[in-house]
Design a protein around this ligand. Structure first.
Ligand SMILES: [Zn+2]
Length: 662
């Protein structure tokens, strides 16, 4: 119906509240010229005429906003927030205007053209196409609004033309931007770094890797590797929905088929690809390329994922520290330099695209507007549906009455919404999404196993109650570990003095939800965990990583839960920034595996990997650990199906620190 809207949020509220449709007030609607002119008529209008007409509409639309900004105009306002109210002096700043990129260009009066011949490549700064080659932190300067205003005042039309700026007065020049000299050029919807990263850099990088560097038969290998993870026993971190910050990893159909799908999960594809390059078969897919090209690709993927995680943070550097800001600027600049040199793009404009240059502005945006997610326009764009599109649908759609009817519907809507909000506020129940308490979740299976020795020393483990739970009986290796742990060196234990253990398939400890279930719906599930050891004499706490196989407690001590763990060797030479290579422990391993030249390459400081596809016949070395000591989940991907090695991914909360520290 209409492309343009002018609306503002109530900025004193936290982001969650601010993003609600109820917190937004349209200042005006900009009517769609389609309602009033035919397409032939519209074509006859010069671009400058269209621009001036739009500016005239903007000028009316923001008049009340400009009035409200004037000194003294919002003094003694009675402000009600929740149960409190008082008279206040309100100041109204304009931080940024929500909208899409093209909308931002129109508001700032920039010609929407980004081809390689464009005279300027961003509406915020003075960079030209020549700046593409210069990724240094100070390579461009934000436009100064006073300068542009002066050009218009003095009718320096050619200067404006050279800057791709509209040759007329922009009503947004009259708004107060506080002390920001860039004014509307930064305030008009600063390009989102996250959006530019996912839709620009990620997209082009994936295109380059999956569309240029690799051939279809190699991509098929990669897809097969990624698909193989879906049929692995599951673990909590396989699903990104179980961990809010995590990109998606499971792609049932592989990743190449999604390459060109708009809006697909590009960060997830980057993540899956970066893990795949470390596996045996995924790495083989890059066999046609030189080893250093492959290494560069792995490096670039991980580097960009760290940056991606960093952009999603809620807190950043100390706002008063110019040196910290400088560090961040250098980090972004280095990232772009390395991207361009590690994975060169030779097709089309290569990496000479505005979305790459715009990343250089990100540190300044964060300095100005706070956490980058503040700029995320998704929720507010969505409100546009609630506030304008839905209201518009409830009119008679007649050109002449349209605006009048929309505004009436909207006022009605606000009255009803506020009443509803007030009522539901009173009824609000305590949220059920509170932290899960420690203990046994309601959907865990619970059963007892009796462990006993008969008169001739034979060891037995019987499913006691309920007998229908036989399907949860653990495998031989786990049972062996359990009986050894329970009976230890005990002499003869007869059935009547059997040891009863209470077993669960799910358990929450330290607010970590653990699951070990061989018959979970949709396939087996065994979580990987990090377990904290006791501090040694130097007070150093060692960590053990491994795969949890089973969970239980002794009936006489129902509060202390134990797990049967298949541990991995703690020494992990670093192959990459985001992952470690773990070696699972087996019964027939040498005592000093790191000293064994069969297992460890001292010179290369790395494991000798088991690249052959032999079925691994060794029995796992299992141990019993106390679940109190579980510190976190760990995402582990096998090096290949039968491998003794697993690729462990470091906690995503650490990714951002790998990009920059202040
Ligand atoms: Zn710039």
């Amino acid at each position: 119906m209409f492309d343009n809207k002018v609306s503002y949020p109530i900025p004193v509220l936290p982001m969650q509240t601010r993003n609600k449709a109820l917190a937004w007030r349209p200042l005006a609607y900009i009517p769609d010229p389609d309602l009033h002119y035919s397409s032939v008529q519209k074509k006859k209008f010069a671009a400058s005429v269209k621009q001036i007409r739009l500016f005239k509409l903007f000028s009316v639309a923001i008049q009340s906003f400009i009035d409200a900004q004037q000194e003294g105009s919002m003094d003694n306002v009675y402000l009600v927030l929740g149960g409190k109210a008082k008279y206040v002096i309100l100041k109204i700043p304009l931080a940024y205007i929500i909208g899409d990129n093209q909308g931002g260009d129109t508001i700032a009066g920039r010609i929407c053209f980004y081809g390689i011949t464009a005279k300027r490549i961003s509406r915020c700064c003075d960079a030209t196409a020549e700046n593409y080659d210069d990724m240094s932190p100070g390579s461009c300067a934000f436009l100064n609004m006073e300068d542009i205003m002066e050009m218009v005042d003095h009718q320096r039309w050619q200067d404006l033309e050279d800057l791709y700026q509209s040759q007329c007065w922009n009503p947004f020049f009259e708004v107060d931007y506080g002390a920001n000299p860039a004014g509307i050029f930064l305030a008009a919807c600063p390009p989102e770094g996250l959006h530019a990263l996912e839709q620009g850099i990620f997209k082009h990088l994936l295109d380059e890797i999956l569309g240029q560097l690799l051939k279809p038969e190699q991509i098929a290998l990669l897809d097969r590797e990624v698909q193989s993870w879906v049929v692995q026993p599951r673990q909590r971190l396989f699903r990104s929905s179980n961990f809010s910050e995590s990109p998606r990893l499971m792609f049932k159909d592989g990743i190449s088929s999604l390459k060109n799908t708009p809006g697909c999960d590009r960060a997830g594809m980057m993540f899956a690809l970066s893990i795949a390059t470390l596996t045996r078969d995924g790495h083989a897919a890059f066999g046609r390329l030189d080893e250093d090209v492959t290494l560069n690709i792995s490096y670039t993927l991980e580097m960009l994922l760290c940056y991606w995680a960093w952009l999603k943070k809620t807190t950043y550097w100390n706002i008063d520290s110019p040196s910290q800001l400088e560090n961040v600027k250098i980090a972004v600049s280095t990232l772009l330099d390395e991207l361009v040199s590690c994975v060169p793009r030779l097709k089309g404009n290569g990496w000479n695209i505005p979305k790459v240059h715009e990343q250089l502005h990100v540190p300044a945006y964060i300095q100005m507007f706070g956490a980058h997610r503040n700029l995320h326009t998704g929720p507010t764009e969505h409100n546009h549906i609630e506030l304008s599109k839905k209201t518009a649908r409830r009119t008679q759609m007649r050109a002449n009455d349209f605006d009048w009817q929309v505004s009436n519907r909207l006022v009605d809507k606000f009255v009803v919404d506020i009443a509803d909000f007030t009522m539901s506020d009173d009824l609000e129940e305590p949220s059920s999404e509170t932290q899960r308490p420690n203990g046994i979740p309601h959907n865990s299976a619970v059963f007892d196993i009796l462990i006993w020795k008969d008169a001739v020393g034979g060891v037995h483990a019987d499913m006691a109650t309920p007998s229908t739970h036989g399907k949860f009986m653990p495998c031989q290796a786990v049972l062996h570990c359990l009986t050894k742990h329970c009976l230890g060196g005990a002499a003869v234990v007869l059935e009547e003095e059997a040891i009863r253990i209470c077993c669960v398939t799910e358990f929450v400890t330290n607010h970590i939800h653990l699951r070990t279930n061989p018959v979970e719906r949709d396939g087996a599930w065994f979580d990987n965990v990090v377990i904290k050891g006791q501090p040694d004499e130097h007070n150093i706490v060692s960590l053990t990583q491994g795969n949890l196989k089973f969970m239980f407690c002794f009936s006489e001590r129902p509060l202390v839960y134990y797990g049967v763990l298949h541990p991995a060797y703690g020494y992990y030479p670093q192959y990459s920034v985001l992952t470690h290579m773990y070696r699972m422990q087996y019964v027939n391993d040498p005592d000093d595996i790191l000293g064994s030249s069969d297992h460890f390459d001292q010179k290369g400081d790395c494991w000798i990997l088991d690249d052959d596809d032999m079925l691994n016949g060794s029995s796992p070395y299992l141990s019993v650990v106390c679940l109190d000591a579980v510190e976190s989940h760990l995402l582990m991907i096998p090096y290949h199906t039968h491998s003794k090695f697993k690729i462990g991914v470091i906690s995503q909360t650490l990714w951002a620190d790998k990009f920059v520290t202040y």
